[in-house]
Write a protein of this length. Structure first.
Lengths: 165, 671, 323
């Protein structure tokens, strides 16, 4: 590990049927991707509890990926739609809590798409690398971190919060 | 009491060891909290490797095992079995993928080792929280439901019935037979399609073990493998099957003629009371209420008047049948591509452009022209016929897949044309696909018989003549790729080889049974290479074209394969349900019912008396969505519970240092 | 419904009746056109194959000029070539950043600028079909073209490529058929409706050009067409202007008038044929329109042609030789 470059740590939740097999396929095809990602197998992307994501961030992850089957192809028929809904809510919450976008990523990959998944992994690692380490306490410091976080919200939500200077 | 974890790092030859320093990794693992044994070995999946694990379990009293090797999809079963045989519950073993997920995808050896350490660390923490689980045996009901009475369904039903097991066959149309009953001859043998099919249809109709429910559909399916409950709607035929002798006088006397869109492919007529074809099984006719004078105006009743056994029942209503079924085979077949979607071929506009199914009916001796190949005027014999391949197949704008049967069908048509008429026949093809036994020889034969072949995709079929010779003809405009020229060829008749498509309601039907369709609409098999008749849902099988385009021999083979699998299960008598299921802890459940609608398998029900929700473990497939959704965390997912996954996260991030200065604390192992 | 109006070169001269009929019909149907100020030729078809930057700058200048009509973000072009060029330029400049950069510099040299995507370019046919709609058209019809067999001819450019054809089937488009039906005409199921008229082929190779025109006219004739309705000046010129030459080339005797669809709309709305520019066409529509009781004023007879063996001397025009 080089001392000059920041090496992010990313946790990925891979669903057993599609995305985990896609990762396996990337392996069988010897597609190389950066090692900054550490994978956890779950049976379905619908299993991913938002608390897992928060736990990962709080324990030192700089990014979290949730990967599942393409909508319409879920082994359990429709559970990836639920994962999708949770992801939207989670992303919105994390943005509101001052986290930068792109630290959480939802990725669809079918069992045949090893290349898609490895490309997505590489892309995410670079995005998170550019964002730097997750410095959550720092973002909420007294020196305007709170205001900066509000400003990062989508416009309509910031208005709803009616933050005064 | 703390656990005793044994960690085994596999070299997998040089597949892992070539990139990851396995000795160093085993040393690292040995120092993790809870680990008492840590080894590395060349091939853990070998019998010697497995014996290593077994010995340590017995001699060292290991209570947990972690194997760092290949993907769990390959050897999870192997190591679970090894543990079980050594006396350790198989669910107390965790596999960590060091090969597909680390050594094979990482270039830098040092970085690969770091990642491997994190993955092992995750596995070690997780395994200590894993629990003993036992699969549940459930009995298998010997009744089988076959949905679809085409040749695949018929084959499956006959094999099961001949083996002595009861079969219920449900068919949507008034008769079984499917598309094969519509054909004239079959390639490459040129057997008469009805002649080889009707004996089988007859066997189904008379078999003492088969209950044929025709003009019926499956309304609802509940339950799980070996124990399904199926509700079937028997539509009202308007005829009492107990009294009807099948004499057919009612059909003769019926004054209403209607275009037969289904069996005659829109080319012929039938009556309002009808049998789809003369050899229909069962023989009982059906009243098409939408086109019957009695239902429109209350008059006529000719059928009732003339029926010698008084079998007509105008007031008959749909009836329902509830069945207990062990296994289900879906053999629902296909729909023909609608050639009107490709307007350049003029189907529907130009009278003498036909589809392959229409042409089959023309050739069929029991068809609308008694087997004479004539133009749309019903009289004129064509002197030249064009066969356009790949209409709605191999086409990015409509269906990208090859429909597997049309090239052979075109050859068959060529032969029939030359046998029955004096016409010249030309095939316009991209490739001639003749893969199976005697197919290529059939192609040779047709070339010898004088069929013409032009290699090129037809651009347009038009009646706009450019030269006097083209007047009154259908012109096929094509690039003849072997000659390298654009050609315009005049024909009397053009037949479009329309492709095979999934049934329009395939997705809906699949969901009713709890299986899914792939993006292109065919039912999803468990494995396209190694398990084409099973689905992801235990107890539901698929056979025939509903799984993907194929010819009759393959459909028959799949029907037989599905039947054979089911016979195995019935013979065994019980099937094991995986214990990876969710459970609701009543004491923590507040009855909010958020989980109720999350299960596509309807495994969660609400117990009103107790005001709590309940999961039927036999129906639960273990996806864990409800576990994640419960706001009170009252649902636990076996083998993937919150504590286990959180422990795994902690292990994976063992080397992460937080911005606020602290390293995560090691996981507290429950006392 | 307000639009910027881009007539294009053809509508100034040989397709003047298209322009006249469009403007007349527009106001009746509630469309308000503001002509693009100081518009220039769109470059028609060949320029793009010679010099991308020059060609697209030429086209983009029109788009830039059109933005001067404040508040109007829709540009209507009755000519298929102008339409295709403007629409394509807007799309290409939006996708190719380097080209957009060079074109931007060219425009800037003239004090102009255009941001790709800021205008919606529409063909007149599309505007009449989508914005005005069949219902409004039917309601405006007072003299339905009953009994007149009309072949709808789209030409090739409006339906290809698919990014701008509004979902029409490029092999078998139907919007013009429906408009003609709304006018009460008997619509011919014209098999050549989306086939190319040959474009400039008459200038490059007469044999090819005339053959392409022959196919289209013959196709219409085979279906007993009274009038061919077009939406493009090039098609109209080929089918109408060159019909005589084509007849001579093939020794055929076709006489099928070719009118713009807006002329037919005007007729159906009870407007006078003269106000629609009817009578200017080379293959006269008089006989066809007489069939539905519409009288077309005959063209004023030009000076009678001088016979070969006429030895008479011309009449004086000014002062007998005085300059």
């Amino acid at each position: 590990m080089s001392d000059e470059r920041f090496e992010p740590k990313i946790i990925a939740f891979l669903c057993n049927w599609c995305s985990y097999r896609a990762a396996d396929l990337a392996g069988t095809a010897r597609m190389k991707y950066q090692p900054n990602i550490r994978t956890i197998r779950v049976m379905c992307s619908g299993r991913v509890d938002p608390s897992f994501v928060l736990k990962a961030f709080s324990l030192g992850a700089d990014g979290v990926m949730i990967a599942g089957c393409h909508p319409g192809e879920c082994h359990y028929l429709e559970q990836n739609y639920k994962a999708m809904r949770r992801y939207e809510m989670l992303r919105h919450t994390l943005l509101a809590m001052g986290m930068e976008d792109h630290r959480l990523r939802l990725q669809w990959a079918s069992a045949a798409e090893g290349n898609v998944l490895s490309a997505a992994i590489n892309e995410m690692i670079e995005q998170v690398r550019a964002l730097g380490p997750l410095n959550w306490p720092g973002l909420w410091s007294e020196n305007g971190g709170h205001q900066a976080a509000i400003e990062r919200l989508p416009h309509e939500h910031a208005e709803a919060l009616e933050v005064s200077a | 009491m703390s656990e005793k974890v044994g960690v085994y790092i596999c070299h997998c030859g040089s597949n892992i060891a070539g990139t990851v320093d396995v000795v160093e990794l085993a040393k690292f693992a040995g120092e993790l909290p809870g680990v008492t044994v840590s080894r590395e070995y060349k091939f853990m999946c070998s019998s010697l490797g497995q014996e290593l694990v077994a010995e340590d379990i017995q001699k060292q009293g290991l209570t947990r095992v972690v194997v760092g090797a290949c993907s769990p999809h390959l050897h999870e079963k192997t190591f679970r079995r090894a543990c079980a045989m050594a006396g350790l519950n198989p669910y107390l073993m965790q596999m960590v993928s060091l090969r597909e997920q680390v050594s094979w995808v990482t270039e830098d050896k040092a970085l690969a080792l770091d990642k491997a350490k994190a993955m092992i660390s995750g596995g070690v923490r997780r395994v200590q929280l894993q629990e003993e689980l036992e699969p549940t045996p459930v009995p298998v009901n010997p009744n089988t439901l076959v949905v679809g009475g085409g040749v695949a369904g018929i084959q499956a039903a006959l094999e099961l019935a001949d083996a002595g097991y009861p079969v219920f066959m449900v068919e949507r149309e008034p008769s079984i037979g499917g598309h094969m009953a519509q054909f004239d001859k079959t390639f490459p043998t040129l057997d008469c399609s009805a002649c080889i099919l009707t004996p089988k249809m007859s066997d189904v109709g008379t078999h003492d073990k088969i209950t044929l429910l025709s003009y019926a559909e499956v309304e609802e399916v509940t339950g799980f493998v070996g124990n399904f409950h199926v509700r079937i709607r028997k539509r009202a035929r308007g005829v009492d099957e107990k009294d009807c002798t099948g004499c057919g006088i009612c059909i003769e006397k019926c004054p209403r003629k209607v275009v037969d869109e289904v069996f005659e492919a829109g080319m012929g007529y039938r009556k309002a009371i009808y049998r789809p074809f003369p050899q229909a099984v069962p023989k009982f006719p059906v009243i098409d209420r939408a086109n019957c004078t009695f239902y429109e105006r209350g008059t006529c009743k000719a059928c009732e008047k003339f029926c010698p056994t008084n079998a007509i029942r105008f007031d008959q209503e749909d009836s329902f049948l509830d069945l207990d079924i062990g296994n289900i085979i879906l053999a629902t077949g296909w729909d023909l591509f609608d050639a009107r979607r490709l307007s350049q071929f003029g189907y529907g506009r130009l009278a003498n452009v036909f589809t392959n199914l229409e042409f089959e009916r023309l050739c069929n001796a029991a068809g609308p022209t008694d087997g004479k190949i004539v133009l749309r005027d019903g009289v004129t014999e064509p002197k030249s016929i064009a066969l356009v391949h790949c209409v709605g197949s191999r086409d990015k704008t409509t269906n990208p897949q090859c429909s597997a049967v049309c090239c052979m069908a075109a050859l068959k048509f060529g032969h029939l044309v030359m046998e029955k008429t004096q016409a010249e026949v030309t095939s316009f093809y991209i490739d001639i696909r003749a893969p199976h036994k005697n197919y290529e020889e059939f192609y040779d034969r047709l070339q010898d018989e004088g069929m013409h072949f032009v290699r090129g995709r037809v651009a347009e079929v038009t009646d706009a003549a450019r030269r006097p010779e083209e007047e009154g003809k259908l012109i096929v405009q094509v690039e003849d790729t072997l000659v390298g020229k654009q050609r315009r060829l005049p024909f009397d008749m053009v037949v479009l080889m329309s492709g095979l498509q999934p049934r329009a309601d395939a997705r809906e039907v699949g969901l009713r049974f709890g299986i899914s369709c792939s993006m292109d609409g065919w039912f999803t098999e468990r494995h396209p290479k190694l398990d084409p008749v099973a689905t992801m849902t235990d107890g539901i099988f698929i056979a025939g074209v509903c799984q993907g385009p194929k010819d009759i021999p393959d459909s028959v083979a799949q029907g037989a394969a599905a039947a054979s699998r089911i016979q195995g299960m019935i013979a065994r008598g019980t099937v094991m349900i995986e214990p990876v299921v969710a459970t609701i802890h009543e004491e923590n459940c507040s009855g909010c019912r958020i989980c109720n609608n999350l299960c596509p398998f309807n495994a969660i029900e609400f117990l009103a008396e107790k005001s709590v929700s309940y999961i039927n473990a036999a129906l639960c497939k273990g996806c864990g969505t409800c576990v994640a959704a419960c706001p009170a965390q009252a649902i636990s997912g076996a083998h993937f519970n919150n504590q286990q996954i959180n422990a795994e996260i902690e292990g994976l991030l063992y080397d992460a240092v937080r911005g606020n200065g602290g390293a995560p604390k090691p996981v507290a192992v429950p006392a | 419904m307000k639009y910027s109006y881009f007539p294009g070169c053809s509508l100034e001269k040989n397709a003047a009746s298209y322009d006249v009929s469009t403007r007349a019909v527009a106001s009746r149907l509630g469309m308000q056109f503001t002509e693009v100020e100081d518009w220039n030729c769109c470059g028609a078809t060949e320029y793009v194959s010679l010099n991308l930057t020059a060609a697209y700058s030429l086209i983009a200048r029109n788009l830039a000029q059109a933005t001067k009509n404040t508040g109007l973000d829709q540009v209507v072009a009755p000519c298929s070539a102008c339409y295709l060029n403007l629409r394509k330029a807007d799309k290409v400049l939006g996708q190719d950043a380097r080209l957009a950069d060079r074109v931007g510099k060219a425009l800037a040299a003239g004090g102009l600028s255009y941001k790709p995507g800021s205008l919606h370019v529409r063909h007149l046919l599309d505007v009449l079909y989508q914005d005005v709609g069949l219902e409004a058209l039917t309601a405006a019809v007072t003299k339905p073209l009953t009994g007149l067999r009309v072949a709808p001819y789209f030409g090739c450019m409006i339906v290809r490529p698919s990014f701008h054809n509004g979902g029409e089937d490029p092999e078998y488009p139907t919007s013009l058929d429906k408009i003609l039906k709304a006018l009460g005409a008997e619509v011919v199921d014209y098999p050549m409706k989306a086939h190319c008229c040959g474009g400039h082929m008459t200038q490059i190779s007469e044999d090819t050009g005339f053959e392409m025109i022959r196919r289209l006219i013959k196709g219409a004739d085979d279906y007993q067409t009274d009038v061919i309705a077009t939406i493009c000046p090039m098609c109209q010129l080929n089918l109408d202007g060159f019909q005589g030459a084509m007849n001579r080339h093939f020794s055929t005797n076709y006489h099928i008038p070719v009118l713009y669809f807006t002329q037919l709309i005007g007729l159906a709305m009870g407007m006078a044929p003269k106000d629609m520019g009817i009578g200017d066409e080379i293959v006269s529509a008089a006989k066809a329109l007489a069939k539905i009781g519409t009288a077309v004023e005959p063209e004023p007879a030009g000076p009678a042609r001088r016979k070969k063996d006429d030895k008479s001397l011309p009449m004086p025009s000014r002062g007998g030789g005085v300059a």
